[in-house]
Design a binder for this molecule. Sequence first.
Ligand SMILES: [Zn+2]
Length: 73
Amino acid sequence: MVDIDPGKAVICKKCGKPMNLIVEAEKLSDGTRRITYYYKCSTCGYRLDIEQVFIGMERDAIVVKRVRRLVSS
Ligand SMILES: [Zn+2]
């Protein structure tokens, strides 16, 4: 499992270098916003998906759905 702790470096399991946390926000065609959290190694490009958050509107309510990826290291 990956521990999201900003004070602790996540090490790339391919090349052993520290990875950067990337937050990416996109707007999907139905208006839902998708926010993706992942670690990316700037040295070899290895990517480790952490979590996706979907934010959408349903009638008058804002619906937030979180999809967690359980990644074994
Ligand atoms: Zn790497």
